[in-house]
Design a binder for this molecule. Structure first.
Ligand code: MCA
Ligand code: AMP
Length: 491
């Protein structure tokens, strides 16, 4: 099956970058509101100025185009200005979850040979310094560095790298997916068109900005549409409904856990004034789709994305938004199912490789000899239901908890260091609130550790969302003829 794909017909812009489109927008309407943080609104002109200042400071600190800047902060206008300023100066931004512990952050800093890090906590700053070879610029989100001349901005071209986003992909240690300016432009434009985003739109932004959902769809989408966003520091149902009412918001983007909590809050009906509520990053079960749709009073739109490809498919803005499906390919995106049902993707949004990972890159892409270029193998299993794509499961061993990805081997490697654990396998257990929670299946020599003990053991080694919430003791782990653990037979 092949779905979608005609980029020319989609009329996507070619040749430019998001930076050009944003700066043109800000120059033409400098008084437009852009971000609200706390009680303060930032106009487009103020933000433009803040990004120039940020670019000037980063350059004055000796940073040059192409160098990598690790960026690990919670949502704030300062942090977004630092991010955009870095891109405007030609730097490559490497987003990292603020929940990462020292080994997780150090891996990223070393892997990309970071020249700078924008972090918000003193412990993060210490970890970055310890992990780098020296000479690294370490600063906070407000870039407390001497001012400098921003010089020529927005010089990066469509083929230049913009972001390196870490993910474990289908296998192995976390690796950096290199997203080029042309990938960001294609993905952002296709989403803003598909969802009819305009300057009138106002997004309730409560997703973390260090993942593609909050960053590319939320923040870049807002800037590309020329709209505005209320930046919330995290997800709180009361703050979300307050923003809908007090700030006359029109859009909400969230993960299924957020929709679950909104329904549970009893206040989802206050979102009925919104034009569109979008769910993504993890499967939205059909019953949660129905409950959220009934509570909000308008049909939630589910879409499907991935760090390596940004946004792939979406239920239609007009027409049936079908529960349990992720809709149709976005403009320019081609979707194909191979014989095993694996979802393959091709299009201007799709990255072209992990940073310095030849072996992983050879495995990730397939040339099917159809003359249209290589396909990216997603590790997701799909089916075609009347042209709607259904994600049936995953061939990659990935757990998605509250929209965050957890790779079993990463957790197993840490748990095996526990003196009471002889063997361990990690799986996801279905959870109404989280989608899946991390479960450790352990073989022990004596008394089994409790989940709390294991979480305490993982402190400082694994981000909290990767730590097991459930522990199951078994006599032996199921293994195949080669001795490999068959996680699928657990639970
Ligand atoms: C927080 N905790 C979690 C999670 N989040 N545990 C498991 N899974 C999680 N997702 C931990 C906290 O550290 C805390 O641990 C405990 O759970 C309770 O926290 P709580 O206050 O209930 O959680 P929260 O802070 O309200 O966070 C829930 C959340 C958050 C708002 C749903 O997880 C979230 O923002 N998720 C969005 C993830 C996302 O943006 N994914 C996009 C990536 P302790 O008690 O030990 O302190 S995918 C992507 O980008 C692609 C392109 C796509 O398709 O979108
Ligand atoms: P990440 O690597 O964090 O970007 O996560 C991408 C993965 O999230 C995809 O490969 C899918 O497995 C999953 N995903 C994202 N959106 C959806 C969705 N709407 N339904 C099912 N799975 C999804």
């Amino acid at each position: 099956m092949v779905l979608g794909g005609d980029q020319a017909a989609a009329g996507l812009a070619a040749g430019g970058t998001l930076l050009h489109s944003w700066s043109a927008q800000w120059r033409s309407a400098p008084e437009s509101p852009l971000w609200k943080q706390g009680d303060r609104w930032w106009t487009a002109g103020e933000f433009d100025e803040a990004t120039r200042r940020a670019a000037g400071r980063l350059r004055a600190a000796g940073l040059e185009s192409g160098q990598r800047v690790v960026w690990s902060t919670s949502s704030s206008v300062d942090s977004l200005a630092a991010h955009v300023g870095a891109l405007r100066a030609g730097l490559v931004v490497v987003p990292a979850n603020t929940a990462y512990t020292e080994p997780e952050l150090a891996h990223i800093v070393r892997d990309v040979r970071a020249s700078a890090a924008i972090v918000e906590r003193p412990d993060q700053a210490d970890w970055v310094r310890a992990a780098s070879a020296g000479g690294i610029v370490v600063t906070g989100p407000s870039l407390d560095l001497p001012d400098g001349d921003p010089g020529d901005l927005d010089r990066a071209g469509p083929d230049d790298p913009a972001l390196i986003c870490f993910t474990s992909g289908t296998t192995g240690a976390p690796k950096g997916a290199v997203l080029r300016h042309r990938n960001l432009l294609a993905a952002t434009e296709s989403v803003t068109r598909a969802w009819r985003m305009t300057p009138e739109d106002r997004l309730i932004h409560c997703l973390p900005i260090f993942h593609a959902h909050g960053l590319a769809v939320g923040a870049y989408g807002t800037m590309t549409a020329g709209g505005s966003a209320v930046l919330l520091p995290g997800f709180d149902p009361v703050a979300v409904v307050d923003a809908a009412r007090n700030d006359r918001a029109s859009l909400f983007f969230g993960v299924p856990t957020m929709f679950h909590r909104l329904v549970g809050s009893g206040r989802a009906g206050e979102l009925s004034t919104l034009r569109l509520c979008v769910s993504g990053s993890a499967p939205l079960p059909a019953d949660l789709h129905a409950a959220a749709t009934a509570a909000i009073g308008s049909t939630v739109l589910e879409r499907y994305g991935m760090t390596e490809t940004l946004m792939n498919t979406s239920n239609p803005y007009e027409g049936e938004r079908r529960a349990g499906t992720v809709g149709f390919p976005l403009p320019g995106v081609e979707v194909r199912l191979d014989d095993s049902g694996e979802v393959l993707l091709r299009g201007p949004n799709v990255f072209d490789g992990y940073f310095e990972r030849d072996a992983a890159n050879a495995e990730a892409f397939r040339d099917l000899g159809d003359g249209g270029g290589r396909w990216f193998a997603t590790g997701d299993l799909g089916a075609d239901e009347d042209g709607y794509l259904v994600i049936r499961g995953r061939s990659k061993e990935l757990i998605i908890s509250g929209g965050f990805n957890v790779y079993p081997t990463e957790v197993e490697d840490v748990l095996l260091r526990h003196p009471g654990i002889r063997e361990v396998a990690v799986t996801g257990t279905a959870s109404e609130e989280w989608g899946e929670v991390v479960t450790a299946w352990v073989v022990t020599d004596g008394d089994a550790p409790t989940a709390d003990e294991l979480r305490a053991f993982c402190q400082g080694l694994l981000a909290s969302y990767k730590q097991p919430r459930l522990v199951r003791v078994v006599d032996a782990l199921p293994r195949n003829a080669l001795g490999k653990v068959v996680r699928g037979q657990l639970g």
